[in-house]
Design a protein around this ligand. Structure first.
Ligand SMILES: Cc1cc2nc3c(=O)[nH]c(=O)nc-3n(C[C@H](O)[C@H](O)[C@H](O)COP(=O)(O)OP(=O)(O)OC[C@H]3O[C@@H](n4cnc5c(N)ncnc54)[C@H](O)[C@@H]3O)c2cc1C
Length: 414
């Protein structure tokens, strides 16, 4: 596969861009692979990539029922941050944030990582105390964040109304190296790098059954026939409960739609990401100029994967308090994705009751930011049976009552 570079662009400019090859191959499935990953979202593709890059395991297939990146990975609002409270969370999210810094170079694919800064507003005394505590925890974890006052908030975000009709802005938890990346590009970049290593990414291939013998996984049934494997990774986000059911075990997750919307494009007016957890909404501005707006999850479990009017009303009403200028914007489009939420708002990454079958799910409303770190750790777990990055997140924590409570950090989601 050709390397992307300034020279390649110049060369192609002279031949009407006719020389670009396909970014990834579309092979027919083999009868057997060493590793099968179910789900070509960011987490599944990153796992395959680090299996090859870090452990030399390349006889890998990533099976996707739709198109790659068509799940939550291509539907999120792209916020990247690592300001979580608990040590295991800070470790995996900070690993991911660090990998994002050089991901474009590592993958030779521009993922448009933009460390523009992420701000979580404190609009009650309770939030002030909560975020001050997180800032102290982050200092101990080596994650760079700080609690800033309302003047600094106003300086960084001139369009904000810090006096708010209901909730004045009392300060914010600020992570200067948090930001955004282009979500499709993250999936596409990993897919291209995997394909380059000879791995098979097989789209329109739904897994319909998990085959096992004597308590061990031996393969999967798919809409394109049966495929054998030595190890299986389930990385299907909102469909985790469904796929786990095929393997005969249950998960403590709920599937629920999370929605977002964008406005018409406008001139640059806000160059950081702002999350307002008390009023329940968050906003950033895309490179195209659209205001990217999100809020909380639907109040009931569902698999709808689309937007609804109640969400527009709730979220926009909340954000207009903090950003009065958005009242005059028109909405361009709205969508939804099915996220898998756990009780402690932390992911599940670990072995399953079925031998050689591993699961990575439960990222809920905030798993885009963790894709590189999750892929790194899950690949290590699948290759070696153990990873320091993932060990706290196993299914056993629900039996042992050892929760990793991130309900404050998850906040308004993301
Ligand atoms: C509106 C919205 C906004 C969000 N905003 C943010 C944000 O700002 N920051 C952040 O960090 N996170 C955010 N998230 C969450 C984030 O998008 C997800 O946590 C993350 O993308 C999950 O990635 P994944 O690879 O696990 O899942 P997905 O990208 O959903 O991939 C799973 C794949 O599995 C496939 N699949 C399912 N069942 C089968 C089967 N039987 N056979 C084969 N394939 C199957 C699906 O088709 C899908 O492509 C947001 C999510 C939504 C919906």
């Amino acid at each position: 596969m050709k390397r992307y570079s300034a020279f390649a662009i110049a060369r192609e400019a002279f031949r009407n861009h006719m020389g670009w090859g396909r970014a990834w191959a579309s092979p027919e499935p083999r009868k057997k692979y060493d590793v099968i990953i179910i789900g070509a979202g960011g987490h599944g593709l990153a796992t395959a990539y680090y299996l090859g890059r870090n452990f030399g395991i390349t006889n890998v297939a990533v099976l996707e029922k739709g198109w790659l990146g068509g799940g939550n990975t291509g539907r999120n609002t792209t916020i990247i941050r690592s300001n979580y409270l608990q040590d295991p969370s800070a470790a995996i999210y900070e690993k991911a944030r660090g990998l994002y810094e050089t991901l474009s170079q590592d993958l030779n694919y521009n993922v448009m990582f933009s460390p523009r800064g992420v701000m979580m507003l404190a609009q009650t005394q309770h939030e002030v105390r909560g975020y001050e505590r997180t800032a102290h925890a982050n200092a101990l974890q080596g994650v760079k964040t700080e609690f800033i006052g309302p003047d600094k908030v106003k300086q960084l975000v001139p369009i904000i109304n810090i006096d708010g009709p209901r909730y004045p802005v009392l300060g914010a938890l600020w992570q200067a190296r948090g930001g955004t990346a282009r979500h499709d590009a993250v999936a596409w970049g990993y897919a291209r790098a995997c394909s380059n290593m000879g791995m098979h990414i097989i789209q329109k291939c739904e897994v319909t059954g998990v085959r096992q013998e004597a308590g061990k996984v031996v393969g999967v049934d798919t809409t394109r026939g049966a495929i054998d494997c030595d190890k299986l990774g389930m990385v299907v986000a909102g469909h985790a409960g469904h796929v786990a059911g095929m393997a005969g075990f249950r998960l403590p997750v709920e599937s629920v739609a999370l929605q977002a919307l964008v406005s018409e494009p406008i001139k640059p007016c806000m160059d950081v990401v702002v999350m307002a957890n008390t009023v329940h909404g968050y906003m950033s501005q895309s490179d195209k100029g659209e205001m990217v707006i999100g809020g909380g999850t639907d109040g009931y479990n569902n698999y709808t994967q689309r937007g609804g009017f109640h969400h527009i009303e709730e979220t926009v009403r909340a954000l207009v308090e903090t950003f009065p200028m958005i009242a005059r914007l028109k909405m361009l489009r709205q969508w939804g994705g099915i996220v898998d939420v756990t009780g402690d708002r932390s992911p599940i990454i670990g072995p399953t009751p079925l031998e050689n079958c591993f699961i990575n799910c439960g990222w809920g409303t905030g798993g885009f930011k963790s894709i590189p770190g999750s892929g790194w750790g899950f690949a290590e777990l699948m290759a070696k049976g153990h990873s320091p990055l993932t060990e706290a997140f196993g299914l056993n924590r629900f039996y042992e009552g050892r929760f990793i409570d991130e309900s404050v950090a998850a906040g308004v989601a993301h």
